[in-house]
Design a protein around this ligand. Structure first.
Ligand SMILES: [Zn+2]
Length: 182
């Protein structure tokens, strides 16, 4: 992707947007933690951008996994998605995912009378922050991953993880594969 100007600009804009949405999530969560009363509508409205930003992230994520075979994607989905991120970023995404799951468990065990308030104050912002973190990491990853699609000399698609063409068996391990331009 680096040699593609408009895509880079779009990704960079999405990344800035994702950072802003993530910051918004932190603010909403902190307001909940310190007990600032926001009306449900306001809190919901503030949470919506976090879920919305995950839509382009899913599309960009599909593009990130597209050079790989279905089996490779199934086996190491997150690793492939976030391969353009530093290793600590993967941990941050994992931690925010665990945080979201833990919040859900807490909601299940919360007294019924507190559930709605708990969901509004914590569950939505924490889930929103997970989506925003995920989106930030995906856009960052996409910006730092080159075009890895390869083809053998006969034009068969070869995943970046494969040394041999799955169709004709040509050896591409010596870097003889040609990168396919968009
Ligand atoms: Zn081939």
């Amino acid at each position: 992707m680096p040699d593609n100007g408009p895509v880079q600009i779009l990704l960079r804009s999405l990344l800035v947007l994702a950072y802003l949405v993530l910051a918004l999530g932190i603010v909403v969560l902190c307001l909940g933690l310190i007990g600032v009363q926001l009306s449900q509508q306001v809190r919901l409205l503030l949470t919506v951008p976090m879920f919305v930003i995950s839509v382009p992230a899913i599309l960009v994520g599909r593009r990130l996994t597209s050079p790989f075979t279905e089996r490779e994607v199934r086996k190491s989905h997150w690793k492939l998605l976030l391969r353009g991120c530093p290793p600590w970023a993967r941990k941050v995404v994992a931690v925010s995912g665990w945080g979201a799951m833990l919040t859900f468990v807490l909601l299940v065990f919360a007294p019924a009378s507190h559930r709605d308030a708990f969901a509004m104050r914590f569950l939505f912002p924490i889930y929103g922050m997970f989506f925003a973190t995920y989106a930030t990491a995906i856009f960052y990853s996409a910006l730092h991953v080159g075009d890895e699609r390869r083809q053998c000399s006969k034009g068969h698609d070869v995943s970046p993880m494969q040394s041999y063409c799955p169709e004709c068996g040509e050896n591409l391990s010596a870097g003889s594969g040609q990168a396919q331009k968009n």
